[in-house]
Design a protein around this ligand. Sequence first.
Ligand code: PMP
Ligand code: GLU
Length: 400
Amino acid sequence: MSFLSERMRTVQPSPTMEISTKARVLKAAGEDIIGLGLGEPDFDTPNHIIEAATTAMHNGETRYTATNGTPQLREAIRDKFKRDNDLEYSIDQIHVSCGGKPIIFNAMMATLNPGDEVIIPAPYWVSYPDITRLFGAVPVIVDCPQSNEFKITPEQLEAAITDKTKWFILNSPSNPTGAAYSREDLEALAQVLLKKPHVLILSDDIYEHLIYDDFKFYNIVNVEPRLYNRTLTMNGVSKAYCMTGWRLGFAGGPDELIQGMTKVQSQSISHTSSISQAAAVAALNGDHSFISTNNMAFKERRNLVVEKLNNVVGISCAMPQGAFYAYPSCKALIGKHTQDGKEIRNDEDFVSFLLEAEGVSVMHGSAFGLSPHFRVSYAASTELLEEACARIHRFCETLV
Ligand code: PMP
Ligand code: GLU
């Protein structure tokens, strides 16, 4: 007999968090591991943000705050939405939590009834389906293969919507593919959504600043303002501001939804750390020039990884437009054998044998709902990426 609730049977632990723990343990045991499994910037949090946090601590900003964050932070977020996204929210339309992940969790808990459906284009970020299942709702996975540039088409979206659809999750630039939706792509999706007024839209914009080659980022509300009243725009400081460990995410959206999410949070975590909130004020209001410096480094790394991987026989890698992930296909390697005779039956085997043979940790595509692929996070130094690609090359060359 298990102590755990029925719902725990429907949910898997986050594979990205698991793989990073595994790589950390192997490294601590002295193994020569290159961890490209977890998606987080390798750059440190900029100094001015750290200083704002220490000043806040010395100034006594060490107590409970409002559930939705300090007024200073909500003002900074309101200003950010206006400045970066041309979106107008009042202070009361802003929700703050300890990361983008809890924002999604709060939104789903506040809205989903058992049997509701959530449309999730695949490949997807690992947590969307499991958070959906936690509340007895049904993830409706729509396959978006490389031949579709990993993007959902308006026809696919229309076909997936039923009377039970509660949410459509849109993540651009995307984790795990780096695919990004252009203005035209969004306009076409918006046309479908306008005809289905019962569908809420979760726009996960957490990689909005990590875009390359002059790609212009838009939120779907920019191209279709009539979706404003049913779009939750989620974002946070984890990625662009190199603050994954500070745990701070935020969202702007319709009053009723934000109130529901706030109620959930008031009965769970109360609020995110007061110190992280002070740091986020400095991040959002302060100097942003480091973002473009970091982007130049990410772009070089992206080019390097895509070029090197495409030189490996059996791997084919599309050019990502944003985020810091590449999502190569290893289809041509399925059915091959390692030197010690193990058959690569799927992408999970591929990543696990690669880790054993060469100490390179990447994520299997099945975790993101589209196989046979693997995800490489290129948020690592050029030296490490060169070494990792050389090892992947060596591993694939020895397959028979
Ligand atoms: N959405 C996407 C697409 C992500 O990749 C992540 C990465 N963690 C999150 C949300 C959650 O971010 P956070 O670390 O702020 O919880
Ligand atoms: N989003 C990152 C990733 O996909 C961090 C881990 C997580 O939050 O799942 O690797």
